[in-house]
Design a protein around this ligand. Structure first.
Ligand code: FAD
Length: 276
């Protein structure tokens, strides 16, 4: 298991209490020795300072950190400034994204798609950053077609991405198919599977609708049948997601990226099942 590449994602806390809680979460999750912690970045720079502060804190604790950077709504000058801040903070790994502007945000900025951001980062900073990009085994919700989405992914790699992290999914076949298709296009960067632990039915349905992740019917029905019985939801979710992770790793996934939602327990429980 040590040869696998496990990483953990946080979002920047919005309050001092949230920051305190995240600190405790990180300390617990550090015991699992992830390869790095990534920190999301609100589209349009809405969490820019929070992302940077969180990354600085992770680095100061002696852990590896990778800020996300979303370009939508940004200008070349604003992204250049963020890159300079990241570099000055000692960052050498970035998750590069387009992002989604909150509704009513206005102008979409100077970057249209993530491949343009990757190209810009390479042009501005050469090989300083290891760049991860997003991949969508179940197809990005705005893609014109699965083929178009695959081509969009290929462009990000051609622009200089070193690796990819997928949107979360619960259907391992979608992942294996996607990886096979990328290999047919001659793309050989590691495509790490994004894993969302299942702990809360309502939240999972809401997120999944937004990002286009499919919850298999049998999983959805079982989760719904548990009602407010949070212990049963968590126990069943742990079984389902452990099975998914095992299948992915056995099938050759080069690593797992855990969407922790700033919680230590769900990721730890999964991890312990996987490494036992
Ligand atoms: C691992 C991971 C981390 C994430 N972290 C964040 C975060 O920190 N902050 C945040 O705001 N969001 C984050 N997101 C969400 C992400 O920003 C959204 O999914 C967003 O809608 C797409 O971003 P992208 O980088 O995949 O965009 P792109 O790769 O640019 O693709 C976006 C859409 O445009 C299409 N497309 C691409 N190029 C073209 C073209 N030339 N012509 C027509 N269509 C095209 C693609 O098919 C796709 O439908 C994350 C997603 C993942 C999987």
């Amino acid at each position: 298991m040590a040869t696998h590449n496990f990483s953990i994602e946080f979002f920047p806390p919005k309050t001092p209490e949230g920051a305190e809680k995240l600190r405790a979460t990180r300390v617990k999750l550090s015991e699992l020795h992830p390869k790095y912690f990534s920190v999301t970045f609100g589209a349009g720079g809405t969490t820019q300072q929070g992302t940077l502060d969180t990354v600085r804190e992770i680095l100061a604790a002696g852990e590896q950190a990778a800020p996300h950077l979303s370009c939508v709504g940004g200008s070349r000058a604003s992204i250049r400034a963020v890159l300079a801040d990241f570099k000055a903070a000692g960052v050498n790994r970035i998750v590069a994204l387009r992002g989604d502007l909150p509704s009513g945000y206005g102008a979409s900025g100077e970057f249209r798609y993530a491949n343009e951001l990757v190209e810009f980062i390479r042009a501005e900073t050469g090989d300083h950053f290891h760049i991860e990009v997003a991949a969508y085994p179940e197809v990005h919700p705005q893609a014109r077609s699965p083929q178009d989405d695959l081509q969009a992914f290929a462009r990000k790699v051609q622009a200089g991405a070193n690796a990819a992290i997928t949107q979360y999914f619960y259907n391992a076949d979608a992942y294996f198919q996607f990886v096979e298709q990328t290999q047919k296009l001659g793309i050989n960067v590691p495509i790490v599977a994004g894993i969302m632990p299942i702990t809360n039915y309502t939240q999972l349905m809401r997120f999944s609708d937004m990002c286009g992740a499919e919850i298999p019917r049998w999983v959805r029905l079982k989760l719904a049948s548990f009602g407010d019985d949070s212990a049963s939801i968590k126990a069943f979710g742990l079984d389902v997601v452990t099975g998914l992770c095992e299948r992915l790793l056995e099938g050759g996934a080069p690593g797992l990226h855990f969407y922790s939602m700033n919680q230590a327990a769900p990721t730890t429980a999964l991890w312990q099942r996987l490494v036992k």
